[in-house]
Design a protein around this ligand. Structure first.
Ligand code: 5GP
Ligand code: ZN
Length: 114
């Protein structure tokens, strides 16, 4: 989608601190980190949110999750773990309408969220 912020990042039209990229996904640091480690994984194709995925997106979703844990380990979160978050639509607190998985680590996070 032409006006979408994360499409522009995924297409290298807007700079970001990229941690990983392949033909299907990109991982980049969050511009406003809420923990010492805070990065996002996005599909390169525009998907509005988790509830807008289709049956043939199943392997893409698995790909995102698999690389989330892999990069989290590379960022030093293996020993103590991390938080993997997918905000969806208004009640889920989604502000950027392009599916993204947050990974937060290197500090103790609490539950439930506010
Ligand atoms: P949401 O609230 O939609 O789950 O999360 C959107 C995230 O995108 C926020 O954590 C916000 O800091 C991050 N973000 C917003 N604009 C930009 C940007 O231009 N670049 C990067 N790297 N992150 C952004
Ligand atoms: Zn998009």
């Amino acid at each position: 989608m032409e006006s979408c912020l994360f499409c522009k990042i995924a297409n290298h039209e807007i700079p970001a601190e990229i941690l990983y990229e392949d033909d299907r996904i990109m991982a980049f640091k969050d511009i406003s980190p809420q923990a010492p480690v805070h990065f996002l994984l996005v599909p390169k194709k525009h998907i509005e949110n988790l509830m807008e995925t289709a049956e043939n997106d199943e392997s893409l979703l698995g790909h995102i999750l698999f690389y989330a844990q892999k990069i989290a380990k590379q960022e030093g979160c293996e020993e103590k773990g991390a938080r993997f978050v997918l905000n969806c639509k208004t009640d889920g607190g989604q502000t950027v309408n392009h599916l993204h998985l947050h990974v937060l680590g290197k500090r103790m996070l609490y539950w439930p969220p506010g």
